[in-house]
Design a protein around this ligand. Structure first.
Ligand code: 6MZ
Length: 336
């Protein structure tokens, strides 16, 4: 099944840039500047080892990774490498997401960070010409940020709509930050015609989930703690599910009990994603194979699942959808 999933054309809609960096690149960056930024050998091992880590540990790892991705050239390099890795895994369209960062010490502003990411995406932001994977960008608001910082990210996203930015994401440590802090920016994004996806229910917080659903986001990520009623209220919202991430961060107990089963079983819109392929040592093909195995799904069901994701992308261009649908039609022909 893994081989079949590798050959399958796939769409990735939930992948964080700094969580998707190759381990070899992290090691190389840390070796060249680890001491200067206070990154110890044990820290590098922690980032690159293949073990489970709970959510809190995970966010400590991201802070360590951010210590070595502080230069514009590095940001461009990791973007290029991450996209190459997804393309090599037969991903035909990706919406990569990242948090624009201000870092005065290194001469980085949110805008210059964004420009560096877009430089790494060069060649991938086409509308379907040629055979190369298409890529779009979602700008993340980190739950540590203030209302002003979140608004600054949305302002940037709106200004870069014609350059490949398609939406706004709310992410970061789910145990910190107040929903009310982010509402002005998220509403602004909706007013500006940007799509919105929210990390929802990574930890139990029914009040926040209710407010999130009232906002009518375009997609939701994770939804691990959603009750049956909450899932029913989210019935028409495409859900981004990341099985390995959820298992490794101890948000779900096993693949077999992953809420994919419930969501898919109810016929709700769902897309499989990697979340942080570097940190969790996974690929999108592996996520498909894991789900096929855990829920006894055959090749036809997996092809169907992969094809449906075209309907959930944020890029509104009919041409892009037509090209993607054409690639899935070709895959169906080959399979038959
Ligand atoms: C919530 C997550 C996440 O933005 O620096 N991030 N937020 N839940 C998760 N589940 C494990 N995984 C990653 O990529 C790293 C950032 O993405 C968010 C966190 O804010 C993390 O700092 P960028 O490219």
């Amino acid at each position: 099944m893994l081989e079949f999933c590798q050959a399958l054309p796939k769409i990735e809609l939930h992948a964080h840039l700094n969580g998707s960096i190759r381990n070899s690149t992290i090691r190389e960056l840390a070796a060249s500047k680890g001491d200067a930024v206070g990154l110890a050998r044990e820290d590098i091992l922690k980032i690159t080892e293949d073990g489970d880590r709970n959510l809190a540990e995970c966010f400590r790892l991201f802070d360590l990774i951010h210590k070595v991705t502080t230069e514009h050239t590095t940001v461009t390099r990791i973007t290029r490498e991450v996209l190459q890795d997804f393309a090599d895994d037969n991903v035909i369209y990706i919406e990569i997401r990242t948090t624009p960062k201000d870092n005065a010490k290194f001469g980085i502003t949110k805008q210059s960070y964004l420009d560096s990411v877009l430089a790494g995406m060069e060649g991938y932001i086409h509308k379907g010409e040629g055979s190369k994977m298409m890529a779009r960008l979602i700008l993340s608001i980190d739950r540590r940020e203030t209302t002003e910082q979140a608004l600054a990210t949305v302002k940037l996203a709106a200004a870069y709509k014609t350059k490949g930015v398609v939406g706004i994401d709310l992410s970061g440590n789910p145990s910190i930050g107040e929903w009310a802090t982010f509402v002005p920016a998220l509403r602004k994004a909706q007013q500006q015609g940007l799509k919105v996806t929210l990390h929802a229910g990574e930890v139990t917080n029914s009040t926040e989930i209710k407010s999130m659903l009232e906002m009518q986001p375009d997609r939701l990520g994770h939804v691990c703690t959603f009750t049956d009623d909450e899932l029913e209220s989210a019935r028409d919202i495409p859900i981004e599910l990341c099985p390995t991430s959820n298992l490794r961060t101890e948000s779900v107990k096993s693949y077999g009990t992953h809420h994919f089963g419930k969501i898919y079983g109810r016929g709700m819109p769902v897309v499989l994603c990697t979340d942080d392929s570097g940190v969790f040592n996974t690929t999108l093909s592996k996520e498909y194979a894991i789900v096929a195995d855990a829920f006894s799904m055959d090749e036809e069901a997996m092809l169907q699942l992969a094809s449906k994701a075209v309907d959930y992308i944020f890029d509104a261009s009919p041409n892009v959808r037509t090209v993607l649908k054409g690639k899935f039609s070709a895959a169906w022909m080959r399979w038959n």
